[in-house]
Design a protein around this ligand. Structure first.
Ligand SMILES: NC(=O)c1ccc[n+]([C@@H]2O[C@H](COP(=O)([O-])OP(=O)(O)OC[C@H]3O[C@@H](n4cnc5c(N)ncnc54)[C@H](OP(=O)(O)O)[C@@H]3O)[C@@H](O)[C@H]2O)c1
Length: 288
C-alpha cells in the first residue's frame, strides 16, 4: 500500500494539505485537485428527471455520526476541507432541518476564491440551499436565513411559510403520507430550478429516506479515527442513517479511497434501485 502520512504529504514548512490516493492510486493531491478531477458538476442525468444526488457523511470508526450532539467533534481538517470543496462543485446543497438547527447553518460559500472557482466551472456563485422540513421550525436566528446572498429553497409538506428574512426563499411543496414527498420534490428541483447536481449533507433521518427511495447515486463517507461508544437507548449513538431499516439493504460499490493522517475517505457508487455504472463513475474519477 502506498499510504503516506499527512506529514509526508505536506510540503516542508507547511502549505496545502494533500491527501494520499490509494484507489485509484496516484500521487498525493490537494482537495481542489481531487474535486476538479471528480467533475461532479458534469455527471450524467439519472433516470426519473431528478438531479444526480451525492451524499456526504462522516462516521467514527465505531459508527457514530455525532458526539455531544454535533458532528464537529468527529471531524478533522481534511474532512472539513473536503466538505467545503464538494460544495464548490454542485448546483445545490440539500440538508434536513434537524441538521440546519443543530449545526447552525450559515452562508454555504463564504470564501471568495471558492465562489470564483464555481464561476469558472460554469456554476452560480452560491449553490442553492435546500432545506427539508415539515414543521418549519426554522428560527430567524439561523445564520443562513439572515444572509442576503443566500438563495434558499424550503422543501416542505406544510402549506405554511417562514417569516420574511434577509435570504431569498422559495418553496417546493409536496406531501405524501404526512411527510415531504422526496421523489416529487427532487424532480421539481431539477425542472424548476435547473438543479443537475445535488449534494446532501445529511442528517441521518433525511439520508435514510433518500436511500430508501433510491434517490442517492454516490456516497462520500469519511471515517474518523475515533471510538465513541454510547448506546442507542440513551439517544446518543446516532449513526449516519436513522429511521426505518433499509429492506433490502442498499449495496455499495467502492470507487475511491483516500487518506489523511488516520482519516480515511471513501467514495461509493450506490448500486441499489437506480445504479450509476462503474464505468461512468471511473471515467471522471481520481485517476491521475
Ligand atoms: N455525521 C454526519 O455526517 C452528520 C451529518 C449531518 C448531521 N449530523 C448530525 O445529525 C444530527 C441531526 O440528525 P437528524 O437525523 O435529526 O437530522 P436531519 O435528517 O437533518 O433532520 C430531520 C428533520 O428534517 C426534516 N425532515 C426530514 N425528512 C423529512 C420529510 N420527508 N418530510 C418532512 N420533514 C422532513 C424534519 O424537520 P422538521 O422537524 O422541521 O419538520 C426532521 O425533523 C445532529 O446531531 C447532526 O450533528 C451528522
Amino acid at each position: 500500500m502506498n499510504a503516506q502520512t499527512d506529514a509526508d504529504a505536506r510540503p516542508a514548512g507547511g502549505g496545502e494539505l494533500r491527501l494520499g490516493r490509494l484507489l485509484p492510486g496516484g500521487d498525493p493531491a490537494t482537495i481542489p485537485e481531487i474535486v476538479e478531477q471528480l467533475g461532479l458538476w458534469d455527471r450524467t442525468d439519472p433516470p426519473g428527471g431528478r438531479p444526480h444526488v451525492m451524499l456526504n457523511m462522516i462516521s467514527t470508526a465505531d459508527g457514530r455520526a455525532s458526539m455531544a450532539g454535533r458532528s464537529g467533534p468527529i471531524s478533522g481538517s481534511a474532512d472539513r476541507e473536503l466538505f467545503h470543496g464538494l460544495r464548490t462543485a454542485v448546483d445545490a446543497v440539500l440538508v434536513g432541518a434537524g441538521t440546519v438547527r443543530t449545526e447552525r447553518y450559515g452562508r454555504l460559500i463564504s470564501d471568495r476564491s471558492h465562489r470564483d472557482l464555481r464561476r469558472r466551472r460554469g456554476l452560480s456563485e452560491e449553490p442553492l440551499a435546500c432545506i427539508v422540513s415539515g414543521r418549519l421550525a426554522l428560527g430567524e436566528d439561523i445564520p443562513l436565513l439572515g444572509e442576503p446572498a443566500a438563495r434558499v429553497v424550503i422543501l416542505t409538506s406544510s402549506q405554511n411559510s417562514l417569516p420574511a428574512s434577509a435570504a431569498h426563499i422559495d418553496y417546493v411543496r409536496a406531501e405524501r403520507s404526512g411527510l415531504f414527498d422526496l421523489p416529487a420534490g427532487l424532480a421539481e428541483l431539477r425542472q424548476r430550478f435547473a438543479v443537475r447536481s445535488l449534494l446532501c449533507e445529511g442528517g441521518p433521518h433525511l439520508s435514510c429516506q433518500l436511500l430508501a427511495a433510491g434517490l442517492v447515486d454516490e456516497l462520500f463517507l469519511s471515517v474518523s479515527p475515533k471510538l465513541a461508544g454510547g448506546t442507542q437507548s440513551a439517544g446518543e449513538a446516532l449513526r449516519i442513517l436513522a429511521g426505518g431499516e433499509l429492506e433490502p439493504p442498499v449495496d455499495l460499490e467502492l470507487l475511491g479511497v483516500m487518506q489523511s493522517d488516520s482519516y480515511v475517505f471513501l467514495r461509493y457508487g450506490v448500486c441499489a434501485r437506480e445504479r450509476v455504472s462503474r464505468e461512468t463513475m471511473l471515467s471522471s474519477s481520481l485517476a491521475s
